[in-house]
Ligand binder design. Structure first.
Ligand code: B12
Length: 217
């Protein structure tokens, strides 16, 4: 195993073992060893979160462990984030983002925000449990290029469609591109609800957003 692989495995394990105290040191080590913060997040910590999800499904972990895993992930992100925002940032576009109504999952959304910010986007984070009305209000106020929505529950992904409809009713739909993401979603679902794109993960999502603003010119 190379040094890089070893550190990625330790980042993954820190999440799986809910090592809230230890993850900061591993994250620092990752940076010192020359790993990019992107790799550390996507190929280390996010992989650990997948395993936590499987353990939850298998009845090995419970809600308390899910919460702890989420907190551990945030702790690791707080070490890595400053390394993604180096240098002068000229904004290339504006994104309004939120987790839809009824849904409190924000780890994936926060990774998307981190990568968007690092790519030069100005991001307005509406937080979690965001109603369609709040999305509409934010689009009116901030005039973004892109609206991004996250949902992790099959019971809340349907609320994404409400946002698309509300934007249509407010006459704002053609002013923005809409991208949706989150584990239970599919490309097909995104099309069906009238979104412009589905971001399988944060990296793909940010690539799509970059393409949109560059096409806009
Ligand atoms: C951590 C977690 C929690 C934490 C959330 C902490 C937090 N601050 O977010 C807590 C403990 C609060 C929680 C609560 C619940 N959870 Co939960 N949770 C998870 C878990 C383990 C991990 C989610 C996560 O953070 N993954 C890591 C991130 C990095 O991945 P991600 O979110 O998928 O995001 C990536 C992509 O999807 C994408 N992405 C995400 N959003 C967006 C948006 C855009 C625009 C783009 C481009 C991309 C994108 O990019 C990200 C990075 O690549 C999942 C299991 C799993 N494996 O997904 C269950 C899971 C989502 N939870 C589940 C459930 C059932 C619940 C509860 C209902 C449990 C309960 N009985 O109370 C509650 C619901 C609370 C609520 N109203 O929202 C189920 C959902 C089942 C379903 N089909 O609907 C899951 C799948 C677990 C399971 N297997 O049963 N949960």
């Amino acid at each position: 195993m190379s040094r890089k692989e070893e550190i990625l495995a330790r980042l993954r394990d820190a999440i799986v073992n809910l090592d809230y105290e230890g993850i900061r040191d591993v994250a620092k080590e990752a940076i010192e060893a020359g790993l990019s913060p992107y790799e550390a997040i996507m190929e280390g910590m996010a992989k650990g979160m997948d395993i936590v999800g499987q353990k939850y499904e298998q009845g090995e972990y419970f809600l308390a462990e899910l919460i702890m895993a989420g907190e551990t992930m945030k702790e690791g992100l707080s070490v890595l984030e400053p390394y993604m925002k180096k240098g002068e940032i000229k904004h290339i576009g504006k994104v309004v983002i939120g987790t839809v109504e009824g849904d409190l999952h924000d780890i994936g959304k926060n990774i998307v925000i981190t990568l968007l910010t690092a790519s030069g986007f100005e991001v307005v984070d509406l937080g979690v449990d965001v109603s369609a009305e709040k999305f509409v209000e934010a689009v009116r106020k901030h005039k973004p290029d892109i609206v991004a929505m996250s949902a992790l529950l099959t019971t809340t992904m349907v609320n994404m469609e409400k946002v698309v409809k509300a934007l249509e009713e407010a006459g704002l739909r053609d002013k923005v591109k809409i991208i949706v993401g989150g584990a239970p979603l599919t490309e097909e679902f995104a099309k069906q609800i009238g979104a412009d794109a589905y971001g399988r993960d944060a990296v793909v999502g940010v690539e799509i957003c970059r393409r949109w603003v560059s096409e806009k010119g």
